[in-house]
Design a protein around this ligand. Sequence first.
Ligand code: ZN
Length: 412
Amino acid sequence: MPLSIDDARLFSEIEVLATFSDAEAPAVTRIVFTPTDLKARAWMKHRCEDAALTVREDAVGNIFARWDGFDTDAPVVGTGSHIDAIPNAGKYDGVVGVLGGLEAIRALRQNGFRPRHSIELLIFTSEEPTRFGIGCLGSRLLSGVLSAAQAKQLTDKQGATLDEIRLGAGFENELESVKLPPAYYKAFVELHIEQGPLLEQQKIPLGIVTKIAAPASLRVVIEGSGGHAGGVLMPDRRDALCAAAALILEIESAARTSGAVDTVGTVGICDVFPGAVNSIPSRVGLGVDIRDTDLCRRDEVIQKLEKACRSIAFARQVSIKLEPLNADAPAECAPAIVEVLTQSCRNNNFTFLPMVSRAYHDSLFISRIAPVAMVFIPCRNGYSHRPDEYADPQDIARGTLVLAETLAELAK
Ligand SMILES: [Zn+2]
């Protein structure tokens, strides 16, 4: 019997979840551990319990909804994503992977499938960095990429610590207990909107992710010498912004000449001090983001950046300090899961595009402890993190079907 996805139920649930929002519709704002987020979590847990799943939460609020397999000692097959949303976001980012994952499980159960491996839906806490300044908080703790001690240092903009906030939200266990035991997962598969334009442009309904790129972010502080814009003549200047300009172009050039289109370099922050039209910039702070699917290539760009800092500092007589903020390693998706996804697409005559995830996701961190893969569906104009984010119901249903068949194959 072919699997049937109850798309009407799935779409109505996406609409209902979007009503848990601190922004006016169609925008969605759902920041982790706010009253709105807690209501959305409660609603999600009810949906999972209605589907006869066993629900538990860990100390940081990751929600696990489990369909027990008949071999309870076998490692788990996981799926899931996040339901938190940055201010003024849309309805689909993360949500498609959570409600699509739930629908996939319901479809399998209704079809009479009995999993050998338990299948677990995971709703990750705070994939978005909005509240604590760090993305993928839940999956970093689950995988041990972030230690409990490091997590305890996190605060929100009001200075409240993660511990204070999570305890206030009712999550009382020790953060140390969040990390999953080794070999917990047999496999983990995440369904997500693409958040880019390629699938739509090429009219391909599904993307199978083979690699997840990861950013390194760095802060650069350049100190020169200020002064009156009229009074200090050009030969005597040590202009921090001119040095920054030279450095920004070096970053662009290093990314462009890496030899791969997957290398990207961006300077998205440029703070100029004192910031007056008649004053020579004495200090500039830059925020740099360099990403790639290949760690060595990304590190080469960082090395070129370091070299450029030294030569520009010397040539322009300024001081340049480079501070790495984070440098997560990119991940390769597991070929065995990619193959299962590919077979499902072929069996259903769905065309698909092997692709790179240029945004990062919880799967990046779960890849440190389990084989992972991701399925992408198109989103209109590639828009995401904005109220007009949109995914076509047909595409969501197709992605959910492929997810369901893949979970079944992995769990049998
Ligand atoms: Zn997301």
